[in-house]
Write a protein that binds this ligand. Structure first.
Ligand code: UT7
Length: 358
């Protein structure tokens, strides 16, 4: 059985910086509140009309491809993880294929919708394809352009201050070296609390889930009950009532996150017979610096064993792990043979972990 490894990695963040003070001009918030609750000082926003989720993913992918020692046309399969795609459909995977100038059509492009866990899910998928020998060069991209779809008014402040734009990419390749590569991946989901962190409209739901869960009537969710055909994807009422934005019950998500991160990390370690003390570098999904610090304490890791960069980039969802991993490698914090642990928790809820020998 072959093993897979990350053969090349790259990231891209847009130039434009949005500081906490910039946000105080748009909503009732403060630098002090944001830093104290999340650790975030600033985030990046893409350049409107010039940058998209796919173009940022392409910039990160070019670096990963070059570092993997291949050319774009040698990619066999694309996996694109995002919750902020360029289009509702088609997915950003084919747009990235076009941007990269990949002309061959003997490849597949898969878009995955696993929000903060998107990169871990994608890595697990890439790992399976490479291990079975089906593909040799799988390009996995996590990219987000959150800034285009946030509520910059005070009601949206709990969500908006957290998110930033950026992209990370890896090329997953086979290796026969038993001293390196992906050791295991663990994936989980629980749809019970799907609406606790969600961007529900526009969508085909028509108020169904809200009614079933007792969260409200169709009208509460921006629908006109009298309309029988069509016109319920986006309604004027949704726009008027500012419902076309992501929403989160922050404390509920926080409490679950700090439980699930250590749980899924320990599950991966158990699977391969290792202990928390064996971890050289933990790259947690950058959801909130307080969550990362809590997980670090629970696992008994030192500061130099965890890489956080949420202070500079905010939460970049599917992009946060590859950006942080690439940064840690570029800063010399990850050495050959190190045990690297990746872990994420987010909307769905979905969560997961991966262990790699670098
Ligand atoms: O990446 C996917 C997974 N996501 C996460 O893991 C996020 C988990 N949750 C969190 O990180 C935190 O819950 C937040 C940072 C989102 C919010 O922090 P919190 O301490 O849980 O605040 P809260 O939502 O409970 O709100 C507390 C107060 C409220 O005011 P009142 O009702 O007490 O008067 C909010 O209206 O803070 C207010 N508030 C703000 N004030 C200033 C919420 N957002 C802001 C803001 N600026 N940006």
């Amino acid at each position: 059985m072959l093993r897979s490894k990350i053969g090349g990695i790259g990231y891209y963040v847009p130039e434009q910086i949005a500081t906490n003070d910039d946000l105080t001009k748009l909503m009732d918030t403060s630098d002090e509140w944001i830093q104290e609750r999340t650790g975030i000082k600033e985030r990046r926003y893409g350049k409107k009309h010039d940058e998209t989720t796919a173009t940022m993913g392409t910039a990160a992918a070019r670096i990963a491809i070059e570092r993997a020692g291949i050319t774009p046309n040698e990619i066999d399969f694309i996996i694109f993880a995002t919750l902020s795609p360029d289009y509702y459909f088609p997915g950003s995977g084919v747009l990235l294929q076009r941007e990269l100038g990949i002309t061959k059509t003997e490849i597949g492009a898969l878009d995955i919708r696993n929000q903060c866990s998107g990169f871990i899910y994608g890595l697990s998928i890439a790992d399976q394809f490479v291990r079975t020998g089906m593909y040799k060069n799988v390009l996995l991209v996590g990219s987000e352009m959150h800034s285009m779809g946030l509520d910059y008014s005070t009601p949206g402040r709990n969500v908006t201050v957290i998110f930033g734009d950026g992209a990370g990419a890896v090329v997953v390749q086979p290796t026969e070296n038993e001293e390196e590569g992906i050791l295991t991946t663990k994936l989980h989901s629980d749809g019970t609390y799907a609406e606790k962190l969600a961007f529900i409209s526009p969508g085909s739901h028509g108020g169904y889930h809200a009614k079933k869960l007792g969260l409200g009537t169709e009208e509460d969710f921006g629908f006109d009950k009298e309309i029988e055909f069509g016109e319920i994807f986006t309604t004027q009422k949704m726009m008027d009532e500012r419902q076309l934005y992501p929403q989160m019950e922050g404390q509920f998500v926080f409490k679950l996150a700090v439980t699930k991160f250590p749980e899924v990390i320990n599950e991966a370690l158990d699977d391969v017979g290792l202990k928390t003390s064996d971890i050289d570098m933990l790259i947690p999904h950058q959801a909130n610096l307080r969550i990362s610090q809590f997980v670090q304490r629970r696992l008994g890791l030192e500061d130099h064993q965890v890489h956080n960069n949420i202070m500079k980039y905010g939460n970049t969802t599917a992009a946060s792990i590859p950006i942080a991993l690439c940064e840690a490698i570029d800063e010399g914090k990850v050495k050959k043979g190190d045990l690297v642990c990746l872990a994420a928790f987010g909307s769905g809820f979905t969560w997961g972990s991966a262990l790699l020998r670098w």
